[in-house]
Design a binder for this molecule. Sequence first.
Ligand SMILES: *[C@@H]1O[C@H](CO)[C@@H](O)[C@H](O)[C@H]1NC(C)=O
Ligand SMILES: *[C@@H]1O[C@H](CO)[C@@H](O)[C@H](O)[C@H]1NC(C)=O
Ligand SMILES: *[C@H]1O[C@H](CO)[C@@H](O)[C@H](O)[C@H]1NC(C)=O
Length: 332
Amino acid sequence: MPFAETSMRRAIDILFIVKAIVFVLFIVIYDVILTLLNVVFPKRLPIAVVPPGSPGAGGIWPPYLPPRKTDSRCSCPALNALANHGIIPRDGKNLTFAQMTDVIRTTYNFSMSFCLFTHNAFGVIFKRDYKTGTFQLSDVDVHNAVEHDASFSREDSHFVKDQGAPSASRIRGKVLPAATGAGNELVVKDLSNILGNMRADSKETNPEYTQALQHRLIGSGNASNLLTVFGGRVDDLRTFLVEERFPPGWQPRIRERFGFTLLKFFPLVLKIELGVPKAGKSGVKRVNLDEESAIKETQMRCATPMMTMLHSVHDALPDSEKTKIVDDLVTI
Ligand SMILES: *[C@@H]1O[C@H](CO)[C@@H](O)[C@H](O)[C@H]1NC(C)=O
Ligand SMILES: *[C@@H]1O[C@H](CO)[C@@H](O)[C@H](O)[C@H]1NC(C)=O
Ligand SMILES: *[C@H]1O[C@H](CO)[C@@H](O)[C@H](O)[C@H]1NC(C)=O
């Protein structure tokens, strides 16, 4: 019955749209309420942002281990860091969206509304169910879904297919040196400039370069997170972006009691994106690769076989011993 089939499909489409509208309305109202509560309630103390009992409380993060070859990683430093610290499974596999919402909220202090919104959006982009769907980190990297060219921490996928590993030279050479803040931090206009430079460079060198509007906004969204979660601080970002690890004692710089809301996020994203100098315009400070980066990269490559060994020792230990041994090894 083609007629019945069409009307059925139409009914399903309408149901989907109605559900989406109700969901967005719910998120908006929820987000406004949390934003207002943030104004009323005092901020958390800088050392007490992570709630007691969650990983990172008191600045104590579970041990860091760099990823193994078989582990799944993606182009997002924030998600990789969670796996590198064992806050989500270290292999980066069999993750659920609901689990991610929880962990991201307590680790980076995004608001509940922010997490519900972004994770449902990921569910839609990747066509998985929010509650039951599972994914592994590398699933995030479908080119031009979320992952896109001219990233802060990755070479374009045209040049480097595996987007799971950060490019230390890019971060150390093109991102961190752009900081102009008084305390060596990246400020809004620095991030706009970096994005402008990255896009101009990619356009020049990458024959497959694209940058659709949604990718510009995701890029500026990343920038806004570097500014808020990390306060733009270069010293913290060096560890976080290059090693995808939390500096010892680190806590998110978002201290609002109910987390970072969408109402704060979107205006900042727009501010950064609108500040991006148009490609080809002069006056953009082009920063050069510092020599330190080459040395550091060699050191990282040498450290890899040792880390593989460390991983196998770590895996073989009883749980009670795991934390202690790795901590000892890391402090050597
Ligand atoms: C994924 O996790 C679920 C429950 O969390 C478990 O039942 C399932 O066996 C896991 N699958 C794999 C491939 O690890
Ligand atoms: C933003 O983050 C996504 C991963 O979450 C990454 O694929 C993308 O390249 C990043 N964009 C920029 C400009 O860093
Ligand atoms: C951040 O905000 C939430 C409220 O959404 C709060 O319950 C949580 O303890 C905070 N987490 C962190 C890491 O700050």
